[in-house]
Write a protein that binds this ligand. Structure first.
Ligand code: ADP
Length: 632
C-alpha cells in the first residue's frame, strides 16, 4: 500500500513537470512532424520516454542560419526545460520559432499527449539602470565590429539588441567582402587585362572637382605601371574608391571612400585574425563591378557574426550583451550624448549611461515601408510600397535614423534606396541562391537575356521590373555546377535540395529544350540565347548588353533555372558622419559623444551600393567608431 501511494505521488509530480493533463498512458517513442517554416519545410523529431519530452531534433530545415536557424537551436531546450510547448519565441525569428513549436505540439498530439500551459512563472524584470564606458545600440554587423574594436582598446561596453539574437541584416547578407588583394587578384580566374576597359573608361572622364582629378591622376599612374605587366587584375585603394564613387553616380563622398578603401585590406586581415575564413579565390560578385570579391566559407554573413561573437565571449569582464532590449532615445546632457533610454522585452525601463560615448549601429530602413515611402520614393523606382518585398530582417527598421535626428544629426542621401535584383519572389529571401558567380545568365519569361549580369544592381533591378511579370530566371548548367549535390547555395544547402523538393521554383532538365518546356518558353529562343551568350564568352561577338566578365560557356546539361525578383534591400542614405565616425549636425559641427557606423550612416555609397561593399562599410567604420569611442 505504501509502495502504491509512492508510485501515485511520482505520477503526480511528473504530470505537473510535463505540463500534461489527462494523460492516461505515458507514451514513449519517436514522433516526426513537418511544418512550413519561413523558407521551407521544417522536419522535427520528438523523443518521448514515458510521457517526458527527452529530445527534440530538427531533422532538416531551410531557415536562415543564425536567425530562424538560431530559433531552431534554442527553442527545443526551452520546450524540454518547461516540458511544455508554451515557451517564448525568439523575437525577430518568430515565424521559425512558431513553426517549430507547432511541429512539436503536433508530435505530442499524435502521441496522445495534451499540452497545457507552462508552469514556469513569468517574472517581470525590474527596471535597469547601468553605467559603462561605451554603449552600442544594435547588435548587427557594425555594432559587433565596434564592440570588438572598443574592447580591444580596453573599454567596457554594453550592446543592446532589439531582437532575441545577434546579427541583424549582416547575418543574412551575401557574406562577401570587396577589397584589393594583389596576391589573389594575380591568380584570378580571368584573362589578364580583360578588365582594362573599365579603368580606361573611368580615366577618360573629365574630372568634376579637384579631388576627383587627384584620385584619377593617382590611378592613371598606377594603371600605366600595371599595363607593362601580365598580371590578371589591376587594383589599388584609389581605384576601389573611385570605382565605388562612380558606381554610385558620384553621389557619395569620395573623401570618405578613400578612408574606406584605405582601411579595407587591413580590416580583411583583422577579420582573419578574429577567425573569419574566406575561400581562396577572388571573384566578381554580382553588382560588385570588379574582380575583388572575397567570399565567406560560411553561409550568408554567419562567419563574421560568429567571429565577432566568439571574440567577445572571451572578454566577459568588458562586455555585456543585452538582447531583447530596444533603444528608444538618446540621453543628452549639456549638449553631449551620454546614454540611451531603452526598453526590455516585458516593457521594463532600461537606462544606460556611457561615460565615453554612444555608438548608433541600428542599420538601414529598406524594410520599413513607411520610411522608405517617405524618404526614398525617388524617380528611379516605379513602386516602393508594401507590394515590393524586402530582404531585411524584422528588427531593422530605421530606429537609429529617428534617434539621431532627434538630437540634431544631419541626414544625407535619404532618397537613395537599393533593390536587390535576385531575391526569392515569394519571401524576399536569398538563402536559396546557387553560388555560380559568372557561370550563369539571367533570362526573362520569353527565354531572352535582357541585361548584363555583371552590371550595377540598380540597372539589373530596373531591367527585371520591365520584363513580363517583373521577374527573371537565373539559368545555369552543369558547366558551373557539375554536381548539384556538392554545389552550394548562399544558405549552405546544396542546390539539389531545392531541385529534389521542388522548392523556390527550382526546375531542372537534361536538355535546353526540356528546360524550355518546363518554363513554357520557346525552345529555339532559349537555345539561341545560350548560343549567343557562348559567342560572347569566346570573344567572337561582343555582348550587346555590355557584359565583360566571363568564365565559362554554357554547354552541358543538366540545365537549371529558378525565378528571382527585385526586393528592397539597402538604404544608402542616413546619418552624416566624419572620417572618425562622429555624427555631424547640419552645420557640420560634431555631436559630442555620438558615433555612428554601418547602414545607419549615409556618406559612402551614393545612388547605388556595389555588391560586396556593405560588409566592408560596417567592418571598417564599425572598427573606427569602436576605437574612437574607446579613446574618448
Ligand atoms: P549594420 O550592417 O549597419 O550593422 P545590421 O542590420 O546588420 O546593420 O544590424 C542592425 C542591428 O540593429 C539589428 O540587429 C537590429 O535588430 C538592431 N536594432 C535596430 N533598431 C534597434 C533599436 N532601436 N535598439 C536596439 N537594436 C536595434
Amino acid at each position: 500500500m505504501k509502495r502504491a501511494n509512492r508510485f501515485i505521488g511520482i505520477i503526480a509530480i511528473l504530470a505537473v513537470t510535463m505540463g500534461l493533463t489527462g494523460c492516461k498512458d505515458q507514451p514513449s517513442g519517436s514522433f516526426t512532424q513537418t511544418t512550413p517554416g519561413l523558407f521551407g519545410p521544417i522536419e522535427v523529431s520528438v523523443e518521448l520516454n514515458k510521457g517526458t519530452i527527452e529530445n527534440i531534433s530538427v531533422v532538416s530545415h531551410l531557415e536562415t542560419p543564425g536567425v530562424g536557424g538560431y530559433a531552431l537551436e534554442v527553442i527545443p531546450d526551452r520546450i524540454i526545460e518547461a516540458q511544455s510547448t508554451d515557451v517564448d519565441v525568439v523575437s525577430g525569428a518568430s515565424i521559425s520559432s512558431r513553426a517549430l513549436i507547432a511541429a512539436v505540439s503536433s508530435c505530442l498530439e499524435t502521441a496522445g499527449m495534451k499540452v497545457k500551459k507552462s508552469n514556469t512563472r513569468k517574472v517581470i524584470p525590474d527596471d535597469i539602470d547601468k553605467t559603462t564606458e561605451v554603449v552600442i545600440i544594435g547588435g548587427g554587423g557594425a555594432g559587433l565590429a565596434a564592440a570588438v574594436a572598443a574592447t580591444e582598446a580596453g573599454s567596457r561596453v554594453i550592446i543592446i539588441e532589439k531582437t532575441g539574437f545577434l546579427g541583424g541584416n549582416a547575418i543574412v547578407s551575401g557574406g562577401i567582402f570587396n577589397c584589393p588583394d594583389p596576391a589573389l587578384q594575380d591568380i584570378a580566374d580571368i584573362k589578364a587585362h580583360s578588365l582594362d576597359s573599365l579603368i580606361e573608361n573611368a580615366l577618360s572622364e573629365t574630372p568634376v572637382n579637384p579631388l576627383h582629378k587627384e584620385v584619377m591622376d593617382t590611378v592613371r599612374e598606377q594603371f600605366n605601371a600595371y599595363k607593362k605587366t601580365d598580371k590578371h587584375v589591376f587594383d589599388s585603394p584609389e581605384w576601389f574608391a573611385l570605382q565605388t564613387w562612380n558606381g554610385g553616380d558620384k553621389v557619395g563622398d569620395l573623401d570618405m571612400l578613400l578612408v574606406y578603401a584605405d582601411n579595407a585590406f587591413s580590416t580583411l586581415e583583422w577579420l582573419k585574425d578574429l577567425g573569419m575564413t574566406f575561400t581562396d579565390k577572388i571573384n566578381s560578385a554580382s553588382g560588385s563591378l570588379y574582380m575583388r570579391t572575397h567570399t565567406s566559407t560560411e553561409p550568408h554573413g554567419t562567419g563574421y557574426i560568429a567571429a565577432f561573437r566568439d571574440n567577445l565571449a572571451g572578454k566577459s569582464d568588458l562586455i555585456d550583451i543585452m538582447t531583447d532590449t530596444e533603444g528608444k532615445s538618446l540621453i543628452v546632457e549639456d549638449g553631449r550624448v551620454t546614454g540611451v533610454n531603452a526598453q526590455g522585452k516585458s516593457g521594463n525601463k532600461v537606462t544606460l549611461h556611457a561615460t565615453k560615448a554612444v555608438i548608433l549601429a541600428t542599420g538601414g530602413f529598406a524594410g520599413n515601408v513607411e520610411m522608405r515611402m517617405k524618404y526614398a520614393q525617388s524617380d528611379k523606382w516605379p513602386d516602393l510600397s508594401a507590394k515590393v518585398i524586402s530582404t531585411n530582417m524584422q528588427g531593422v527598421s530605421g530606429d537609429g535614423i529617428r534617434m539621431a535626428q532627434e538630437v540634431g544629426a544631419n541626414l544625407i542621401n535619404m532618397n537613395q534606396i537599393q533593390l536587390l535584383p535576385y531575391a526569392n519572389p515569394w519571401t524576399g529571401g536569398t538563402g536559396d541562391i546557387t553560388l555560380t558567380y559568372s557561370g550563369s545568365i539571367y533570362i526573362n519569361k520569353n527565354g531572352e537575356r535582357f541585361v548584363r549580369e555583371d552590371g550595377r544592381r540598380d540597372e539589373m533591378s530596373l531591367g527585371i521590373i520591365a520584363q513580363p511579370e517583373g521577374i527573371m530566371y537565373q539559368l545555369f548548367s552543369a558547366d558551373a555546377v557539375p554536381d548539384p549535390t556538392k554545389g552550394k547555395t548562399l544558405g549552405g544547402m546544396p542546390p539539389s535540395y531545392y531541385i529534389d523538393n521542388k522548392l523556390s521554383g527550382y526546375v531542372s532538365a537534361p536538355t535546353v529544350a526540356g528546360l524550355a518546356e518546363i518554363l513554357k518558353m520557346n525552345p529555339s529562343t532559349l537555345q539561341k540565347t545560350i548560343d549567343d551568350f557562348n559567342s560572347y564568352v569566346e570573344g567572337t561577338e561582343v555582348d550587346p548588353f555590355g557584359r565583360i566578365t566571363f568564365t565559362k560557356k554554357l554547354l552541358t546539361g543538366p540545365w537549371y533555372a529558378y525565378p528571382r525578383k527585385p526586393a528592397a534591400h539597402h538604404t544608402m542614405g542616413g546619418v552624416d558622419i566624419d572620417a572618425s565616425a562622429r555624427a555631424l549636425r547640419v552645420d557640420g559641427s560634431v555631436i559630442d559623444g555620438l558615433y555612428c557606423a554601418g547602414e545607419v550612416t549615409g556618406n559612402l555609397h551614393g545612388a547605388n551600393r556595389l555588391g560586396g561593399n556593405a560588409i566592408v562599410d560596417f567592418c571598417v567604420f564599425g572598427r573606427i567608431a569602436g576605437m574612437n569611442a574607446a579613446g574618448e
